[in-house]
Design a protein around this ligand. Structure first.
Ligand code: UD1
Length: 417
């Protein structure tokens, strides 16, 4: 079983171009289904989640090619509208195909995505949104059969600002004549990025980044080229890695504006930050201090996806920090692994009290999920001795060449077979 072998305590230094955002690319690949013809997405990271999405597109009949960091999707011919269970199980976010297939073909059949390593992840909001637009959805033995029952733009109210439900509704609405208004929409930057791609295709969408997104559907769309935004969560991971190991790192290709909540925490912990519109430099020369409570929240609040990596950095610092996880029920699975490295973390429901121990130590640990796995790498960069992080498949869902990038910044990390 392959693992990362990391010997900690080497300060990081240098510059890194952060890859494109996983959470932008996945809905954009699904959006390519909306038009016959070839769309081109640039700055597409090489991740297993991207490969799994491409597998689904190919199965549906698309021609998909990769040229460097570009992915070309030709959805001229679609020969089926169902996504089989083994591909759905691969990745929960493939539920996004529901909205895209409905808009293009008026029919979609997907197996129910079910729970995942973060605890139960319902899709009720996705289904209610699509039903509001006129989809008829039957759930039979774990299969969702979705048909056009008179698709029409309407008002959708989301009771929680779900990222996936907002995106699914945006894609479906492109195929619904008339005006769709999504009230209570998620405001994550990746939704703005999806809006950018849809607009490049000729769609009439506005409001992304606010809690009201409006789509005038049924207008003719055309193939488009689009540059995917940088991955703010990958950026947060590298910044936390530098904060854990000390040093000075420049990140390019990501807007610091999309990371404000994370940057504020790192500054409070004692790091120095300099920012420009699409790059930032973090310097860390002293042990991290404990900071005010970190409460995960929908954007622009502190991102749940950066909770584990920040916790890993602070666990090897000095002073105490309270974390409160408000988005997912089961997002502290990395804590047991951090404890193997000497971390002092007390859990109570949604709360985790982290008391910095000065320095963690190396251990054999196991990735429990994507961001939890990245957190172990962050912890290892600052730890004394050697850490072996196994179950890399979780990490490779969302990080391209994490080991190579960290090595280029001076870390002692290699992948062993
Ligand atoms: C997306 C991101 C994920 C991130 C999450 C929150 C992608 C591919 N994934 O996931 O990395 O951690 O946003 O920022 O973009 N909920 C319901 N019913 C639903 C849908 C969601 O109750 O139908 C709840 C969820 O259980 C969760 C909350 O809403 O408590 C937010 O989830 P959501 O924003 O939908 O997350 P994802 O889109 O799955």
């Amino acid at each position: 079983m392959s693992c990362y072998k990391i010997t900690g305590g080497r300060p990081l230094s240098g510059s890194l171009a952060v890859h494109g955002a996983k959470n932008s690319v996945l809905p954009m690949l699904a959006a390519c289904l909306l038009v016959p013809g070839q769309c081109v997405l640039r700055n597409v990271p090489d991740l297993s989640d991207v490969s799994a999405t491409i597998d689904i597109l190919r199965l549906l009949g698309c021609r998909v090619d990769r040229e460097g960091d570009a992915v070309l999707v030709d959805a001229s011919v679609l020969n089926r509208s169902d996504v089989p269970e083994h591909l759905m199980r691969e990745m929960r976010s493939s539920v996004i195909f529901l909205g895209a297939l409905l808009a293009r073909l008026g029919v979609a059949e997907l197996s129910y995505p079910g729970g995942c390593e973060l605890g139960p992840r319902p899709i009720d909001l996705h289904l209610t949104a699509l039903r509001t637009l006129g989809a008829v959805i039957l759930e039979e033995q774990g299969v969702l059969c979705c048909q056009n029952g008179g698709l029409q733009g309407r008002e959708i109210c989301l009771s929680i600002p779900s990222v996936g439900a907002t995106e699914n509704a945006m894609l479906a609405a492109c195929g619904c004549p008339g005006l769709t208004t999504i009230i209570g929409a998620a405001r994550e930057p990746e939704i703005g990025d999806l809006q950018g791609f849809l607009r490049a295709m000729g769609a009439q969408v506005e409001g992304a980044g606010t809690s009201t997104v409006m789509i005038r559907g049924g207008v003719p769309l055309h193939p488009a080229e689009y540059q995917v935004m940088g991955d703010r969560i990958a950026a947060a991971t590298y910044l936390c890695g530098c904060a854990a190991a000390a040093g000075e790192v420049e990140l390019t290709g990501v807007s610091p504006n999309t990371l404000s909540a994370v940057l504020a925490c790192l500054e409070e912990a004692g790091c120095t930050l300099h920012t420009w519109p699409d790059r930032m430099v973090l310097t860390c020369t002293a042990p991290l201090r404990g900071i005010s409570p970190v409460r995960t929240a929908p954007y622009p609040g502190f991102p749940t996806d950066a909770q584990a990596v920040l916790m890993a950095a602070l666990a090897g610092g000095e002073g105490a920090t309270l974390f409160v996880e408000n988005i997912f029920d089961s997002r502290y699975r990395h804590v047991d692994e951090l404890r193997r490295m000497g971390a002092d973390v007390q859990l109570a429901g949604r709360a985790a009290m982290v008391s910095g121990v000065g320095r963690l130590h190396g251990a054999a640990v196991r990735s429990t999920d994507l961001r939890g796995g990245a957190a172990l790498v962050v912890a290892a960069l600052g730890a004394e001795g050697t850490t072996q992080v196994s179950e890399l498949r979780h990490i490779k869902r969302g990080y391209q060449a994490l080991d190579r990038n960290l090595r280029a910044l001076g870390a002692d990390i290699c992948e062993t077979p």
